[in-house]
Write a protein that binds this ligand. Sequence first.
Ligand code: NIG
Ligand code: FE
Length: 452
Amino acid sequence: MTLRVIPGGRDAGPASGLLVHGAAEIVTMAGGLRRGASQADPAVNGSADAGSPDGDPVVAAWEGRIVGVGPRAEVEAQLEADGLPLARFARLDARGGTVTPGLIDPHTHLLFGGSRAGELILRQQGAGYLDILEAGGGILSTVAATRAASDEDLAAHGRRWLDEMLDHGVTTVEAKSGYGLDLPTELRQLEIAHELGVEGPIDVVPTWLGAHAVPPEFRSRPDGTEAYVRHVIEEQLPGVAAQGRARFADVFCEQGVFSAEQSRRVLEAARPLGLEPRLHADELAPSGGAELAAELGAASADHLASPSEAGIQALAAAATGDHPVVATLLPTTTWFLMHDHHAPARTLIERGIPVALGSDFNPGTSPTASLPLVMTVACLSLRMSPSEVLAAVTINAAHALRLGDEVGSIEPGKLADLVVWRVPDHREIPYWPAANLVRTVIKRGVVVLDRP
Ligand code: NIG
Ligand code: FE
């Protein structure tokens, strides 16, 4: 199979337009954040009319943004009326495939050094994730390898995995720091994440995760965790804010790592400096993370494999407001850790809490960059429907990054980030595990990947 990657992102914007036609269905995800019953509404456009050339659903992009979607005759007439001559639109035939918004991965640990493949065997022998961390492995071994890696190595690694993500239909990615745990390395991770986004074509949203673990130089001290929390707030945060690359602050709020009270202090210090809160919440045990995310109005509460009933209640109460906390579930992590306890996705959806999905791409607990695989695991382990998982990696993931006005759906005004899939129905996307069904990826109106 030939893979042709056409370089270029935001600087290579098209002079004119692109018209995608010939799709069996265009899944627009129009209509905003999904919660409750609407999580299952993909807002499919055109399938009812397909078969007649006039009813053929199309999507039109002009200078990187969507300018029309709907039945061909209607969209073409509207383009002409808007002074956008059809002759200036390149045509892309979706050849009976499905068109969706570009996928959005709202939780990754993109940049790291080293490999932790040996941990799989330790875990098979019964070692727990936090036991390995306590023994100096886990996150700490990645911290040592990341501190030792050059900027060039980290950037090359980032490019390699962003390519993998693009290959699987991803057009926007969040990338956390958190493998430096000292100011210079945290800044390097954030800077490289930012630069990779500028390089394109994938947009990268950097998140500062200084409070990911307590680094070795603080662990030897009796007050190590508390001293590190003070260091994070007093030393790292001002430097990160001055650098201006991070959009969010995140904390690993978990029993045995950082308490809800320590997490609150970090996130409350970060917010006035322009870093919006998001959290690793209740991954392994109920730790007050969901409650804290709701109280702070965080953009998202992530993992949630073990939230308390009070935490679910708090997220449900927050879900009725204008800026609900998005529950970002990471099912390949529980799968890869061989845990039999999963995030209560059905309960969260029934309680009206918007659900997103992320890869949690990282070297220890989820070494996959494939959101389609995450979608499959979410269907099987979390009992989410194929339509629900697609909303979770598009419009709801956009809201989890506070980008709901820019990306995540195919609606006029939004970025023309699209994927053409080699299946005629979006419900087939998660149905074929590990098959790559992506045919074409379009970022800001430009074809950036195409399998002829
Ligand atoms: O989200 N749980 C904390 N952080 C990551 C794992 C990072 C690592 O193990 O390197 C997570 O799973
Ligand atoms: Fe994570």
